[in-house]
Design a protein around this ligand. Sequence first.
Ligand code: NAD
Length: 517
Amino acid sequence: MASELASILNTLGLGDDPRLALDNVEPAAGFVVCENPTTAEPIARVRLDDADAYERAAGEAYAAFLRWRTVPAPVRGQVVRAIGDELRTHRDALGRLVSLEVGKSLPEGIGEVQETVDIADFAVGLSRQLYGLTMPSERPMHAMREQWLPLGPIGVITAFNFPNAVWGWNAMLAAVCGDSVLWKPSLLAPLTAIATNTICQRVASRMGHEGVFGLIIGEDQVVGERIIADKRFPLISATGSCRMGRHVGAIVAQRLGRCLLELGGNNALIVERDADLDLALKSVVFGAIGTAGQRCTTTRRLYLHESIAGEFCERLVRAYASVKVGDPLAKGVLCGPLVSKAAVEGFEKAIVAAKAQGGEILAGGSRAEPTKLTPPGLSGHFVQPTIVRAPASGELPIAREETFAPILYVFTFKTLEEAIAKQNDVDQGLSSAIFTESARSAERFLDPSGAGSDCGLAYVNLGTSGAEIGGAFGGEKDTGGGRESGSDSWKAYMRRQTVAVNFSGELRLAQGIELDL
Ligand code: NAD
């Protein structure tokens, strides 16, 4: 597998990156050892940045911002266009690296890089559309308008599970908005970060824009705490657990900075009595098992109308039995490994709790046996995709938590009102879905009064996981309230200035106030 990594890095032109070592993977102070979750073997060692390196990187990001903001937005768009083209060229190799490093299936790894290409395309168009409003002034011979200005260097903190796309959503928009970016990736996925950032920085430098995309790889206590407390970064965009978001949000708020938080989800899917069950079944399987249940939008809770619950569960259990678990680079494998040993322990803890709380295991429930993997004999962090049926009381407290693993909790309901109330009755509010052929049920779920789904994403007849880049992405409540990617999310990366111009030659005060001098 080390040679697989070497071959990917060579394809990407990263064979001699001084931060990386593939031949010496012994743990040592000042380094992080990268493990392949499929084999649980070390594959590389990455040098960590220290406080001095942070100071240099933050200073460079600030200096690059001062230069970059003077480049006209459509010209910035041309740089992003070239970056998108370069990522398109390297999409499959980068996607392979994502799969190797974090264990998601190859189509998902490639799809993730495609998402960054897509957001680059979106950002290119946006670079000519950073529109402000004009508004009529109440004073004669006055003009009023709003303009959007570059904000500053942006600190982007990313989670391990989307090691390329989450950065892309932020960085491509920030770049056309005139901001430089300093990226602090997860220490579980530094290889993808180095590869992605190097490719983009190479393109930007070639076009005369050194330093717009910076990267800092280090411990949370060393570089993480520094960037969130650093006033040079007016916006910190942080993706990760609710625990991390609470801390980062508080530190940034103390310095009156802005935060864009994209945190944990606990997503439910409702299947109504009139649903197309074939469609619902496929969506549940992909939503609950894709990325081994390690997506923020993973389907974690399933609410089945009582009239179809028995049949649906039986079909679901059969479908789970046919899912291939194993090497994410192997053809046909839907469920790769969890990212680490600690994640497997988290899975096991949740299963113990579910059983103690009266949950019935309908499928899976333990680590995956090496003999049953594709190919057999892998020694990585594999677990069985698991279905837990809640007890008749409907009380299953563990289902209120986000366990980052393929565990699906199944509940039944009698009325749609009850299902929506249960769906909403968790702390997180990211993604939600209903399957129904009834327009009335669908619209009830989307009720514009706010009485329907309380999540940032609400889907009808498609699963909770996955999102197109064109819409604003993010969630409510403990998910943090941030919005990234499409629609008008770009506004988070700019500052708004209200402009008024008096061309009357006289001083006219607002609200008709007279000044007798
Ligand atoms: P995590 O919270 O452990 O880490 C996320 C990032 O925060 C990492 O880069 C980590 O180093 C950094 N971090 C942690 N403490 C920090 C500190 N004190 N200062 C600065 N940075 C700090 O999350 P994870 O395990 O990598 O990812 C899984 C979580 O991310 C899940 O909860 C998942 O739902 C969430 N997630 C959310 C979205 C979304 O868009 N809502 C997308 C992907 C993942």
